[in-house]
Design a protein around this ligand. Structure first.
Ligand SMILES: C[S@@+](CC[C@H](N)C(=O)[O-])C[C@H]1O[C@@H](n2cnc3c(N)ncnc32)[C@H](O)[C@@H]1O
Ligand code: SF4
Length: 378
């Protein structure tokens, strides 16, 4: 690394640290108008998709009627740049397949030049040796392949349009390139949407991941999407169709196997409480929490989500538009009346209508975990 790059990196890290101190102050003083900028930024590089997964809102949802052209332009991307020196983590994906954006690799390179941690999820179909090499060389921090089953049959039934062998080859190639270039990064994970259809294959998937050199497997339960067209599918596939005790047994098997073969295994399903959680739609949980006066979320202090077309949300869990980068700079949007009022309502322990479809109302997923505790919601 050149001396000027080293100095540049130190300056960036210093800016991030100052930003964190400001965030901490905003939280400690329960301020709704804040002095920090987002520490965590979601950039929806593309909302297009090349495949049609059966469980994904992108496939069936009436909100996603258009089929192509939903890629973030460099013009919108450039408007995020002023925030990057102070951002700790950038998620370079949203509701579509990020690799469909022709400028995606360039975007990753630019984000990395600001020394932020960069992560994205992908279906892995569009990766190839050239892209994988670029990702390794540019220093991508982590990548999650959404890989929903151990067998070809189940995988291709769920991830309609993806080829099992091709995606596994892409994973393997990335692992090989890391070795060839003597790099620890990117950290490689598998993410699985746990459904009636695939839950029994998870132990086998752990073995497959281990054989490939994948470092972690994460199981997310099938989540309700905010659209009535989803009801039939959700009712059939969600895990409430399986006895909690059975899910418990599978999770126990996975936990022990993961320990034995040396792979990281995580899932909200590992917690007994969550068996209850998956049996209800999220909305019911929110009502329950409301009545128990529990609060939850620090995302409006820490985070911002930018749609492919420049619309801005406080996180990935709400469709409510808080601003538009085409008309206002991000710094102004982050402290506009709507953001301030959302923060106020959280401070007052009120759940706003915007958050009705959020799955984790006792969320403490933050860049810096202590923030939830500072707000008293940890
Ligand atoms: C919307 S995708 C976008 C990124 C990329 N196209 C992919 O497939 O990884 C982000 C993640 O959401 C997961 N997902 C899709 N539908 C879901 C659902 N109904 N419940 C829970 N997770 C879901 C996907 O499996 C993926 O890991
Ligand atoms: S690849 Fe990702 S965005 Fe595309 S349909 Fe599947 S889960 Fe949705």
């Amino acid at each position: 690394m050149s001396i000027s790059r080293k100095i540049h990196k130190k300056i960036n890290l210093y800016r991030k640290y100052i930003n964190f101190l400001r965030l901490r102050k905003s939280c400690k003083t329960l301020s709704s108008r804040i002095h920090n900028t987002p520490l965590e930024i979601f950039i929806e590089s593309s909302r297009d998709c090349n495949i049609k997964c059966t469980m994904c809102a992108r496939t069936f949802d009436s909100r996603f009627k258009a089929t192509s052209g939903w890629n973030m332009s460099m013009k919108i991307f450039d408007k995020v740049l002023p925030m990057l020196p102070k951002a700790v983590k950038v998620y370079a994906f949203g509701n579509g397949e990020p690799l469909l954006n022709k400028n995606f690799m360039e975007m990753i390179k630019i984000i990395k030049s600001f020394d932020a941690i960069v992560h994205f999820n992908t279906n892995g179909v569009l990766l190839n040796e050239k892209n994988n090499e670029l990702l390794v060389k540019v220093g991508l921090d982590s990548i999650v392949f959404s890989f929903d089953a151990a067998t070809k049959e189940t995988y291709e039934k769920i991830r309609r349009g993806a080829n099992y062998e091709k995606v596994l080859n892409n994973v393997k190639n990335l692992v090989d390139l890391k070795k060839r270039f003597h790099k620890f990064n990117p950290y490689i994970g598998f993410a699985v949407v746990g459904m009636k259809q695939n839950i029994n294959e998870i132990p086998q998937l752990l073995n497959l991941a281990k054989d490939l050199g994948v470092e972690s497997v994460y199981i997310e339960p099938l989540l309700w999407q905010n659209d009535p067209t989803y009801e039939k599918y959700f009712n059939y596939q969600n895990l409430s169709n399986i006895e909690p005790i059975e899910i418990g047994k599978i999770m126990e098997t996975c936990k022990n196997l993961a320990k034995k073969i040396g792979i990281n295994f995580t899932s909200p399903l590992l917690k007994a409480d969550d068996y209850e959680f998956i049996q209800k739609k999220e909305i019911e949980i929110i009502r329950e929490k409301e009545s128990r006066d529990e609060l939850f979320c620090t995302q409006p202090w820490t985070t911002i989500f930018i749609d492919w077309d420049g619309k801005v949300h406080p996180c990935c869990g709400t469709e409510e538009i808080f601003g538009d980068l085409n008309f206002q700079p991000l710094i102004k949007i982050f402290n506009n009346e709507k953001f301030i009022s959302l923060r106020k309502s959280i401070i007052d322990k009120k759940i706003t209508e915007y958050c009705n479809n959020c799955v984790k109302n006792k969320r403490n997923k933050n860049v810096i975990p202590e923030i939830s505790n500072i707000l008293g919601y940890g």
